[in-house]
Design a protein around this ligand. Structure first.
Ligand code: C2E
Ligand code: CA
Ligand code: CA
Ligand code: CA
Length: 273
């Protein structure tokens, strides 16, 4: 490792540590998916303007045996890069159907469960068939399921994406456009795609009052969505002030720590049933 002229240093101890950590995390995640251990769908309530719970967003949690809780912000990107998102996504969709089935059995058939779907998952040729089989297997009404897609899904072959969304909509599944405003959203997407709901990202809502710009963006998004006939969900609602302002803008649904953090499903049911 002489650092002579023209020599390229390939080895950095910190880099090696980071790679090692990543390799370990990947193999642990693979193991967790294969053995179906430690991965649990949490749910966070979504409420209407009267503060009635209308459903929940499903958010995956990983209880790691050594590290404790690992954030999805860390392992979902890893899963997407390594292809593990396919197996993980199947597991998530199945747990989601199990939750809805339970709601059904308890007569809770107004609640809609929203699940997050990554681009590589949605791209699978058999995505529609697999989801449809799950719904049938668990005898779950498609109307109680909503898929949250981000703009990254739409960056693929748009015609194919539209076709797939329409197939799923025909089954009765609803669609939300997630993280609106954070990516390269083109307004043309919004007009071409049959979304039911548009979600304003946490990053806009959380510090909405710190900048007049963010406040204006939120207001504009709500108006735009309504003009296109879409409902609006605001996520990251942390304070009464957020709730009041967003309500005054005509926001339809609300989600955030003001009401509840994501919790295990039995806890959610206990709080809201
Ligand atoms: P997301 O889909 O935008 O989910 C919203 C995130 O905001 C969640 O973080 C949620 O816990 C958090 N959040 C909710 N209310 C508040 C609030 O009032 N304040 C603040 N500061 N944050 C709030 P989480 O659960 O850590 O998930 C992070 C991201 O990981 C998600 O962002 C989503 O992109 C991804 N993810 C989580 N679960 C899944 C999953 O099951 N499948 C896929 N494909 N991605 C997932
Ligand atoms: Ca989401
Ligand atoms: Ca996201
Ligand atoms: Ca978001």
């Amino acid at each position: 490792k002489r650092n002579g002229m023209g020599e390229i240093r390939l080895y950095h101890p910190e880099m090696a540590d980071a790679i090692e950590k990543r390799v370990k995390l990947e193999s642990d995640l693979r193991h967790a998916i294969e053995t179906r251990t430690g991965l649990e769908l949490y749910v966070q309530p979504q409420l209407n303007e009267n503060r009635t719970v209308i459903g929940a967003e499903a958010l995956i949690r990983w209880h790691h045996s050594e590290r404790g809780m690992v954030s999805p912000a860390e392992f979902i990107p890893l899963a997407e890069e390594t292809g593990l998102i396919i197996g993980l996504g199947d597991l998530i969709n199945e747990q989601a159907c199990q939750i809805i089935r339970q709601w059904q059995q308890l007569g809770l058939n107004d609640w809609v469960l929203s699940i997050n779907v990554s681009a590589p998952q949605f791209q699978q040729l058999d995505f529609v068939d697999k989801l449809n089989s799950l719904l049938k297997h668990y005898e779950v009404p498609a109307g109680q399921l909503k898929l949250e897609l981000t703009e990254s899904v739409l960056m693929q072959n748009l015609d194919e994406v539209i076709h797939k969304i329409n197939e799923l909509k025909q089954l009765g599944i609803q669609f939300a456009l997630d993280d609106f405003g954070t990516g390269y959203s083109s307004l043309s997407y919004l007009m071409k795609l049959p979304f039911d709901v548009l979600k304003i990202d946490v990053s806009f809502v959380r510090d909405m009052f710190q900048s007049k710009q963010k406040e204006a963006i939120v207001q504009t998004i709500v108006q735009l969505a309504h003009n296109l006939g879409l409902k609006v969900v605001a996520e990251g609602v942390e304070t009464e002030k957020h709730f009041d302002y967003l309500s005054s803008l005509g926001c339809d649904y609300f989600q955030g720590y003001l009401f509840s953090k994501p919790v295990a499903e039995p806890e959610f049911r206990q709080q809201n049933q």
